[in-house]
Design a binder for this molecule. Structure first.
Ligand code: FAD
Length: 287
């Protein structure tokens, strides 16, 4: 099933993200985690792709297994910064063979050693190529606070428009901890004529370390209210976990109250976090 058809519906839905294992001996455990998440009946599960090739080997295999065994639609990520046209073409053939119809087309982060291929500079090139390659539903990434490498928000939005025009059917945002930033972004993108559905991405923060890592990678703003929560509860792992799940649940409640119908949750390979969020929302979202 195409993601775009799922997210066009009026029903409020959540989707969740998982990442594939680095080695084959961890595959079964990863699948078990995804299976528990699938039991929550999300609109889809997305499976990440390692830009440097590190964890990309198992993306297609994991996505196929989730889809075949649980029936939940899947969104397989694909990055291009460390790929050549030939490797992308081969991967697209493999995705097709495995029955994967939804692709999140990304540039990927530049690896720390700076080792990249030079066939692709931006995700928009990959988006266009995936669209040409077959009947895929294609998503792209977007950044309500601006992408970390782009000095001006307006330029980033102009680049986003090019990416949408290259063939994105929908966009998913990077995490944010202040919903007003997302609402403001919606106005800004509408203003330049971006009209595809935009799915907000919410990351439940369950440890202090996770917040530091995520913010360092993305440049996401941490509002005072959330900073105080992490400062206060961070030293107590159970309290921090609970507070992070409640904070993410509140963000989702606010989004739903403001008319947002589809929300992506970066709970990664932690089914207990996804389950706790669903429990908090049991009368608000019935999947
Ligand atoms: P792009 O859209 O190419 O943008 C990258 C930068 O280039 C931006 O600063 C943009 O403004 C600029 N730019 C674009 N076009 C032009 C132009 N024509 N001229 C000048 N500048 C331009 N990473 C992974 O490795 N694996 C994953 O599975 C993964 N999943 C993700 C899922 C989501 C929802 C998000 C938000 C991010 C994900 N990432 C993933 C991280 C992503 O790969 C990085 O954020 C990466 O740095 C940018 O990828 P992009 O596809 O947004 O790139």
């Amino acid at each position: 099933m195409k993601i775009i058809d799922t997210i066009k519906s009026d029903q409020v839905t959540l989707s969740f993200e998982v990442f594939p294992p680095k080695t084959s001996d961890k595959f079964e455990n990863t699948y078990r985690a995804a299976e528990r998440i699938a039991a929550l009946n999300p609109s889809y599960i997305s499976v990440t792709y390692g830009a440097g090739g590190g964890t990309s080997m198992f993306t297609a295999e994991l996505a196929q297994k989730i889809h075949q065994q649980t029936g939940v639609p899947v969104l397989a990520h694909l990055t291009c910064v460390s790929s050549t046209h030939e490797t992308v073409e081969r991967t697209l053939q493999e995705y097709k063979k495995r029955g994967l119809e939804n692709i999140l087309a990304l540039r990927g982060d530049i690896p720390e050693d700076g080792q990249i291929e030079h066939d692709y500079k931006y995700a928009s090139q990959l988006v266009a190529e995936v669209k040409r390659a077959g009947d895929f539903c294609v998503g792209g990434a977007c950044y309500p606070e601006g992408h970390i490498e782009c000095a001006h928000k307006a330029d980033d939005i102009a680049h986003l428009k090019e990416k949408v025009e290259a063939g994105c059917d929908f966009l998913t945002t990077q995490m944010f901890f202040d919903n007003n930033i997302f609402y403001n972004f919606l106005y800004r993108v509408k203003d330049v004529g971006i009209n595809v559905p935009i799915i907000p991405g919410i990351m439940p923060i369950t440890t202090e370390k996770q917040l530091a890592r995520s913010v360092a990678m993305s440049g996401t703003n941490v509002p005072e209210r959330f900073r105080a929560i992490v400062d206060h509860f961070g030293p107590d792992p159970e309290a921090m976990r609970q507070a992070g799940i409640v904070y993410a649940s509140e963000q989702i409640i606010d989004l739903v109250a403001n008319g947002v119908r589809h929300i992506h949750v970066y709970s990664m390979n932690k089914p207990s976090v996804a389950e706790a969020i669903m429990q908090n929302l049991s009368h608000i979202i019935t999947l």
